[in-house]
Each structure stands twice: as structure tokens, then as C-alpha cells.
Write a new protein. Sequence first.
Length: 424
Amino acid sequence: MSLLRNFRFILNLIIAASSVVLLKRKSQRKRKKAAHWVHPYLAERSSKGRYATDFDDMVSGEKFFKENFHMSKNSFDQLFKLVEKDLAPKRNTRPKDGIPPKLKLGLVIEYLASGGLQRHLASCYRVSKQHMGSIIDQVCDAICRALSAYVADPCQESFLEVANGFNSRWNFPNCIGAIDGKHVSIKAPPNAGSIFYNYKGFHSLALMAICDASYRFTYLDVGAYGSEGDCNIFKESKFGTDVLHDRLDFPENATVNGVKLPFFYVADDAFPLCKRIIKPYSKKNLSAEERIFNYRLSRARRCIENAFGLLCSKWACLKKTLYCSPDRAQKIISACCMLHNFLISHKSTAYCPPGYMDKFDDENVITEGEWRKRISSDSLYHTTFSASAGRPSDYGKYIRNVLKQYVNSNIGELPWQRRAAFVE
């Protein structure tokens, strides 16, 4: 019996000793794993990363800064002041390892401007791939919050200001914006099926926008599924519902050619002809007056084409496929649009230099903008909404006919419009 007790005692000692050894080894493995709290390559971010080695040099050579960030250093600093608080590191046990707010902003702006691979830029800036995604989310959210004031609220005052711009600059009365949409290519999410698959044959999110006479976006709708159909995207959006049911704070009707007409948006065949949306005549064998009207409307609608052209030529990520989740893609698209408005409002020549947009001379001869040369024929820029609108309303047709009479009258005609519309 004593031998059995001794045997059990020795066995328990062996088990206890083995447990101590195992715990010690486990502890050593944990310490070994935690030895590199930051990978050695990433740990040298503050001395060898792109922000540390190139940023100040690019600042001293303004040309290189503009080429990489598509804005001046002054605009970058203004933007940084607006987003700095939102980009400050959260509570961190090792502050020296935190990523500086200005590095985050520079990294994301360069990504948006270049359209480069995320992993390549993350490597250049010595940021982990995991951090890269969260930084994009954080910076894009901060940009959208800070620059939200650069998209005017839809009220009577802002509508009238836009209408004055279209009338004085593009000779089109009662116009409160040019509307269009485009598809931005995204990587198909796992198990998404065909929900993002559009008529062009790729997966996308839809961007619908309205701009004023100076190419600023006055309304943005980002995130509709590519499969929804372009006409449905408009009709099922909150904005489309508000327009079709006349729920916005539109100004009182104004007189055009002796007739009181409502204020409206100009669009193409992707949108329905109605009280608040006017589009060109689309039938064959148009009369001279109808062709002149179409020409005059196209001058006003060219604003949104140029706005999208500038947007996509400067924020090259929108010309390529966004390899990220739909939620992140939505943030990226929105941030690009907000940056566009911010830089247009500040008249940034680094963003929109002279000659970059389409221009009409005194004889109304058009010189195409430089942005058209920056977008290749196979670019994903060429993905605007398709013509698929429903039946036009009688009131919409009436408004269009009154406008047709106006632009062909002694009061509303332009000296060169017959030549420009190829009717003489």
C-alpha cells in the first residue's frame, strides 16, 4: 500500500513538473511573438517611409507636389486643418508608433489621385495592409464630414443662385442644374451574385450627381447597385422621388418668353421628361427649331459632362476597378466628389488649370478641354447612364416646347446658334 502511495506521489510530481515546463515554454512563445510589436520594416516608417523621405522635398518643389496630390501645398494645408482632429491617433500605449495625421491624409490623397494599388502605396509609406484599409475609411469619412458644407442645401436661395449662373453663362433660363450618372467599377463581393452586375458587363456602384454652371456638384447619390437599371436608380432614390413628386423647396415659377415656367434640371435620355427634368428631342427628322433647342440644351448639359471628366481625370481611382468592399468604395467615391467641390470652390489652378475644361470662344467655336486627353478611350470613365427613361409627361413636353419657342425667338436666340446647330 505504501508503495502505491509513493508511486502516485512521484507520478503527481512528474505531472506537476511537466505542467510547469509546458507553461514556461508557452510563455516564452508568447514573448517571442510579441517581440516585434511593429514589424522592423514598418517600424522605420518615421525615418524611411515615403512621408519622411519625400514629402518635404515635394513641398519645396511645388510642381512635384501638384503632380502627386493634384492640389497645391496651400490647399493641402487648408484641408489638413479641417480634418486633423478626426485623424489624430486614438489612445495608444506607444505614441511613437502611432501614424501621424498628415501622413494618413497624404497617403489617402495620393491613393485617390494615382489610382495605384493599395498594397504598393502601403509599402511605400511603410504602413501595414491591415492599417491601409482602416486609414482609407478614416480619412474618407473625415473628408466627407469636413467638406459637407461645400455641397449646398437644396433651398430656394441656392436654386436661384444656380439658375442665374446657367442663364448668364450658358444662356439657358430656369435651369437649376445638369444631372447625369456614371458607374464606378468595383470588385464583386463574395456571394454577391449579380446584384452589382450592370448592363455594361462589370460590377459597379452607381454615382448620380447634379452640378451647377461652374462644375460644382450640388447633389450626390452614391451607392446604388449596378444591376438596378439606370432609370430605376433615379426613380428609386430619395432625390428622384422628391423631384418626381415636387417635394423640394423649388422657387416660384419664373417667366420665360411671356409664360410662367417651373425651374428644372437638364438631362439626357437616361432620365424621364417631366415638370422638373427637361431633355432633348429624340425623335428622327427633327425640325430646325428642335435641333437648335437640342443644341442650346446640350451647351447647358455639357457642365455635368465636364464635371465628371474633371473628377475622373484627377481622381484616377475612379477610372479603375476599386478592389475593396462596396462600403469602402462608397466612401472613396464620396470623398473624391467632396474634394472636387472643395478645390473648385477655392479656384485651385493645380486642380483645374486654364484650358482643362471645354471652352467656347466669342464665335462659339468649342475647344475641347485637356481632361479629354487624360482619359483613354477604354477607360472606365465612359460608363454613363444608358437611355432607358419611361413615358414623357404632357407637362414636360409643354415646357420643352415653350423653351424651344424661346430659344428660336428674337428675345432668346443667339447669333451663332443656327450655324452651331448645323441648320444653315
